[in-house]
Every structure is written in structure tokens, then in C-alpha cells.
Write a protein that binds this ligand. Sequence first.
Ligand SMILES: Nc1nc2c(c(=O)[nH]1)N(C=O)[C@@H](CNc1ccc(C(=O)N[C@@H](CCC(=O)O)C(=O)O)cc1)CN2
Ligand SMILES: Nc1ncnc2c1ncn2[C@@H]1O[C@H](COP(=O)(O)OP(=O)(O)OP(=O)(O)O)[C@@H](O)[C@H]1O
Length: 196
Amino acid sequence: MTSRQQLRSHIRHLRRSLSAEQQHQASLDLVKQLLPRPEVQQAQHIALYLTNDGELDTSPLIQALWQQGKSLYLPLLHPVVQGYLVFQLYTAATTLKPNQFGIGEPELNCSLLCPVSQLDLIFTPLVAFDAQGQRLGMGGGFYDRTLSQLEHSSEKPALIGLAHDCQQVESVPVEAWDIPLPAICTPSRFRTFSEQ
Ligand SMILES: Nc1nc2c(c(=O)[nH]1)N(C=O)[C@@H](CNc1ccc(C(=O)N[C@@H](CCC(=O)O)C(=O)O)cc1)CN2
Ligand SMILES: Nc1ncnc2c1ncn2[C@@H]1O[C@H](COP(=O)(O)OP(=O)(O)OP(=O)(O)O)[C@@H](O)[C@H]1O
């Protein structure tokens, strides 16, 4: 096992071990941290994700953002180009079906897709992060690939990683393709990182 795989499996175990009560409190604290942020207030088209594998529960956040009239989008595994994500509109009326990882996804409807560069804000899932904003994901490279498409785009969504506090580590072993996050929000605080 590489150190990245070891770290991934250790932190995934830690977050799955949180109690239902800890998960519930964390999901409410996250909303309190995020709602006042200008990045969130100024955004209209916001991508987020449905919780899996002990991740911070995004459902209270989703409800709060819908209440504020925001348009929300969920990632779908790209139907044609393997390893990439597309983002599709998510409303209270959307029917979900599990993807190959068992995570709920809307059924593909191309007229409801939002190009990544047109999103105002993307909340990214992550497994581990460090004090430099480096992020380690589930290992599929989906977010790294999808966000790398923005490199030459003049319009870039704001990026905020979401995680439990216990997902912070001393240092994430970095690979060339890893895209550091400018901000990460946990239930206890909103952290920003300067450009490397
Ligand atoms: N909630 C959520 N949605 C997300 C992501 C995420 O990290 N969290 N992704 C972020 O990229 C993408 C999906 N990436 C994933 C990559 C691996 C596994 C996973 O469970 N892997 C299993 C092996 C599964 C298999 O091979 O069938 C494992 O490692 O145990 C899940 C999601 C898109 N949607
Ligand atoms: N921009 C990219 N272009 C091509 N391949 C990439 C890119 N980014 C990552 N990959 C490939 O994806 C695989 C998984 O990458 P990595 O371990 O960094 O995923 P991750 O950050 O943990 O997952 P995710 O981004 O889905 O949360 C690696 O084999 C890597 O080569």
C-alpha cells in the first residue's frame, strides 16, 4: 500500500466511526459556518454532493440553500468520458438512483446539465486535507480531472472543500495532478489558504 492509500483508509475509518449524534451535530454546525460566507451568499449556481462513507452530512446544507432560492447541482459520473464528472440540476422533485459506487445520482438529462465553468461555487468532498489546503479524495481522480478543465478558463467557480475536523492531517502526500483547495470548511471553522 502507498502512503496515500494508507492515509485514505485510516481517515475513511475515522469518519465512519463517528456516532449518529456527532454526525447530526456536525451537519448543523456546517450550515452555521457556511451560510454567512460571502462566497456562498454571492453564489446562485452551487454544486455539492450527497453524503457517502461517513462524509459530513450535506442534507441540512441542501435544505438551507434551497430555502434561500439557490440552484443546486449534483455530480454524475460522466456518461462517455471515463473519470470525469458532469453537474446536473438537483431539486426536491429530482428522482435519484444509485451510481456504481452506491451514491445517489439524478438520471442524466442533458438539458439540466451546467458546464463546470458556469457554476459559481463547488463544494468538493474529500477524504483528508492538510494546513496547506491539499486534498486527498476517494482515489478516482474525478474532482482533480474535472477541475483541471478550468485551468485555462476565464470563469472559475469558487471551491470549498467540506470535511469533518478529524479529516485534517499533518501533511497530504501530494501528486502533480492534485489541485489544492483555496478554502475548506469543517463544523468548527472556515479555513482559507493562500495560493502556493
Ligand atoms: N459523496 C461523494 N460523491 C462523489 C464523490 C465523493 O468523494 N463523495 N466522488 C469523488 O470523487 C465521486 C465518486 N468517487 C468515488 C470513488 C470511489 C468510491 C468508492 O467507494 N470506492 C470503493 C471501491 C468501489 C468499487 O470499486 O466498486 C472503495 O474504495 O472502497 C466512491 C466514490 C463523485 N461523487
Ligand atoms: N487531471 C488529471 N488528468 C488525468 N488523470 C488524472 C488527473 N487527476 C488525477 N488523475 C488520475 O486519477 C487517479 C486518482 O487520483 P487521486 O488519487 O489524486 O484521486 P483523488 O484526489 O483521491 O480522488 P477525487 O479527485 O475523485 O476525489 C490517479 O491515477 C491519477 O493519475
